[in-house]
Design a protein around this ligand. Sequence first.
Ligand SMILES: Nc1ncnc2c1ncn2[C@@H]1O[C@H](COP(=O)(O)OP(=O)(O)OP(=O)(O)O)[C@@H](O)[C@H]1O
Ligand SMILES: [Mg+2]
Length: 412
Amino acid sequence: MIRPAYRTLDPAGIRAFLAAQPALAERLGGSRADWRVREVSDGNLNNVFLIDGPAGGVCFKQSLPHVRVDPDWKMPLDRTTFEAAYLRAVRPHVSDLTTELLHFDPDLFALVVESLDGHVVLRHGLMQGGDWPEAAAAIGRFVARATFPTSPLALPFEQASALLAPFARNHTLTRITVDLVLTDPYHAHPRNHWLSPELDATVADLRADPAVRRRAGHMQARFLTCRQALLHGDLHTGSIMVAAHDTRVIDGEFALPGPIGFDCGLFVGNLLMHLFATPTPEGRTRALRDIAQFWTHFRRDFITLWTDAVTRGRSGDAYAAPLFRDDPASLRQVQDQFLADIEADTIAFAALEIIRRLTGYAHVADFDALPDRTVRAARQQAVLRLARDLLADPTHIPTIAALSALAAARVA
Ligand SMILES: Nc1ncnc2c1ncn2[C@@H]1O[C@H](COP(=O)(O)OP(=O)(O)OP(=O)(O)O)[C@@H](O)[C@H]1O
Ligand SMILES: [Mg+2]
């Protein structure tokens, strides 16, 4: 139901809205007539505008009562509420890696955050052959620092539960993930499409494989029942903006409690697609470097945060400090097992992300970098087969390093 006070703001409405908030008006400087309002919406869901004034800029994002790119697909407005709540929850831990929340209006479902004008969306930058050697490590740090402190590893269970419970109600966008990412690609659904007809046989093989369906079902259960920490929930390369020495995660509207390997898997899955889509050997070398950097930094930072918490006697109720403070060998052992479980989830969610981005509703642009349609189809087929192989044999789940070696061999 649309609340009576809700209306979708046009540029004039946005000016009036910002002018009515003294702190925002001051940040922009001058008067509303001096402000430049530019629409930058490029996603499926929301309206996004950048506003520049003489003193500074802001980014304005508003939910629509429907999917932006499909007005017939009606959708509740609450997604920006979850994005604002996610920023409030993680910002203290990742202040240098996300955006400052400047204002949220619960009637208009309008969010104002700091403007990253001058940054580029990582996916677009990579497609143009750009290189941000620090970005993947920064995302590893981001996932470690946004998940560990929001988990019962760091918090008493009462606090973890109070923090996570509101995000368990992010039903609208969790439904999108459950359907579009985890279910639709594994059966015939009118929303599915792919670069046919070259991929018809590959898609048919994938759907016909009972082992793939069993594993997809297992990952559905992991996603819905393994509430390890607060997740970003949509951590693909389009949710990351980069400048030379600055990496920021945006668009936390899908935030939910879930398995940490889901955030890792979406990022790794998108790097794998970039690996298969990039036309140059240098691009492939960099994609493999980024996968390794991401995992190394995520793992190292997560374990450091955990060890510090236990050493200081300030851990949460899971792997509680009194059991491990004086037993570093056991602590290392349980850490290795916990991280190995995240690694296995990461690989499987990366495979599901690849499959849905090539055969489901919402595709990625990366393969547009290959002008020749036959080459494009061959590369998509190769990464789809890799994804299928990662899911089909539950007795042999590679490490991230082994996955990278396998991917490098298949893309060569
Ligand atoms: N803080 C910001 N500063 C500058 N540009 C931004 C900022 N936030 C978003 N953008 C731009 O607006 C675009 C859309 O933003 P965002 O991804 O948050 O929208 P969305 O509707 O949620 O997209 P999706 O449908 O992919 O989830 C981004 O790709 C980026 O180009
Ligand atoms: Mg979004």
